[in-house]
Design a protein around this ligand. Structure first.
Ligand code: NOJ
Length: 501
């Protein structure tokens, strides 16, 4: 069997609102992405994942979909989408789109009908609520004027579908086909573990984590992905699906990627691991022992950017560690997901004024949680200008950019061989070459305290998470390092790829 394209793919997540604004309204859009495809091809990624661009009131940045078969005018049109897919393919980039099956927007035609008392069985309506809390804070139930309550595991404007109703299944099969017919190569499935809720809606004691519980991860959900897999397999060109599965149990994760279900699921354990060789090794071992096709991710539009996470105690350590983690991730078997701006070393923006914040988490928690706007600040393309080249000149972007973005902009880094951008380009180019010769499997090497060494054929990867330099393992040459080496020593917060005969 030939190796499917997605097995080792590097996928670049585009948070559409924040990537590039061509229309001049301060919000990113599809034509903006299209103009930047040469940048992505040069970066060396294999695919792009677009966050939702469907008609939406934007209460949750588009994860509140009002119409699953169109493009919001904010982002362009269906013609713009088709042009983007064609251009991406011409640049050798596959296109993955986001599908949001757990809930719609309250503006969706079905929910509008439900409000009028028609077809309420397409959503979760009850006469009494239970004690479930919304992931965004506050109760997960909202009462209508007629007394009934509807369920929303996220914002009140995101009513949950009732997947026990076959009509919902048929609708989503048809939506998948709509986008497959337009040429998409795959889907990222939002809240993939959430579609079914426990029969009887039992109260829960602890809802602190989206794990297997009465709320998330019901066994019936797997039947949905078996239906979807049949549809994907019916199309030519290895169409795929990756699930957003939050769980703290690797065995649970593995159930989503059985041969007749999803191709991949996100491995959030990697992103959640602290800066520790034992924590990294545990995640790597657990992953490779349980899933046939591994994935790795360090940042996305929902979490604090990893440069900032790794710099919590010492901000100066954030970037070196981020680069070392990236180099390690790119050496692991499987597919890697990057988040826009990490190739520039962007930090989380922590000082967005309250009046500029947009994330529903900030509002639903009454300002007690900052929300996710800090990782969604528009990309700085140029060193100067009102939006650092994100929008046409003179236009203010939808979230303010901090002054530090000037030196981190693409323009400031372009041509600088020492920049984070140049490092990402080198790492991705070398990885492509290496994949032609190295096996999928990884073998551990004896590692000094604080460090992790592993090998895949002629590649050795070494990362030093400790406080002291460690001696490099035997090798014939140095392929790429995330920071300066000291002779035969690997300094702290540094990773390296070595070549061995
Ligand atoms: C996960 C998405 O990544 C996040 O941005 C969104 O708020 C929730 N799902 C709800 O759709």
């Amino acid at each position: 069997m030939s190796i499917p394209w997605w097995r080792d793919a590097v996928v670049y997540e585009i948070y559409v609102r924040s990537f590039a604004d061509a229309s001049g309204d301060g919000v990113g859009d599809l034509p903006g992405i299209r103009r930047r495809l040469p940048y992505l091809a040069e970066l060396g990624v294999d695919a792009i994942w677009l966050t939702p661009f469907y008609p939406s009131p934007m209460n949750d940045g588009g994860y509140d979909v009002a119409d699953y078969r169109d493009v919001d005018p904010l982002f362009g049109s269906l013609d713009d989408f088709s042009a983007l897919v064609a251009d991406a393919h011409a640049h050798g980039l596959r296109v993955i789109v986001d599908i949001v099956p757990n809930h719609s927007s309250s503006d969706h035609a079905w929910f509008q009908e439900a409000l009028r008392g028609v077809g309420r069985d397409r959503y979760v309506f009850r006469d009494e609520p239970n004690n479930w809390q919304s992931t965004f804070s506050g109760p997960a139930w909202t009462q209508l004027d007629d007394g009934q309550w509807y369920l929303h595991l996220f914002a009140p404007s995101q009513p949950d579908f009732n997947w026990r109703n076959p009509v919902v299944h048929e609708e989503f099969l048809s939506i998948l086909k709509f986008w497959l017919d337009l040429g998409v190569d795959g889907f990222r499935i939002d809240v993939a573990m959430g579609l079914y809720k426990a029969e009887g809606f039992p109260d829960v004691e602890d809802q602190s984590f989206m794990s297997v519980s009465p709320i998330w991860g019901q066994a019936e959900v797997h039947e949905v992905y078996r239906e979807w897999r049949k549809v994907l397999d019916g199309y030519p060109g290895e169409r795929m699906a990756v699930g957003e599965v939050w769980t703290d149990d690797p065995a649970d994760l593995a159930r989503y990627v059985r041969p007749d279900e999803l191709h991949q699921s996100f491995n959030f354990a990697w992103l959640q691991a602290p800066w520790s060789p034992t924590a990294f090794r545990t995640v790597i071992d657990d992953t490779l022992a349980t899933v046939p096709f591994a994935t790795w991710v360090l940042s996305n539009h929902d979490v604090v950017r990893h440069r900032t996470r790794y710099g919590t105690e010492d901000p100066g350590a954030g970037l070196p560690r981020a680069k070392a983690a990236l180099l390690t991730m790119l050496a692991l078997p499987g597919s890697a997901y990057l988040y826009q701006g990490e190739e520039l070393g962007l930090p989380e923006v922590t000082d967005i004024p309250d009046e500029d914040r947009q994330d529903p988490i900030f509002f639903q928690s009454k300002g007690t949680l900052p929300g996710r706007d800090g990782c969604r600040v528009p990309i700085p393309w140029s060193a100067t200008g009102a939006s650092h080249g994100f929008s046409p000149e003179g236009v203010k972007p939808w979230l303010p950019q901090p002054s530090v973005f000037a030196d981190l902009s693409v323009e400031a880094q372009e041509g600088d061989e020492e920049s984070t951008l140049a490092f990402y380009r080198r790492a991705l180019a070398r990885r492509r070459d290496l994949l032609k010769e190295i096996p999928y499997n990884l073998e551990w090497l004896d590692s000094p305290e604080g460090a992790l060494f592993f090998t895949r054929g002629s590649l050795i990867c070494a990362i030093n998470c400790g406080l002291e330099p460690v001696r490099l393992p035997p090798h014939t040459s140095v392929t790429l390092a995330s920071g300066p080496l000291k002779g035969d020593l690997l300094p702290p917060d540094t990773a390296v790829w070595l070549h061995a005969e």
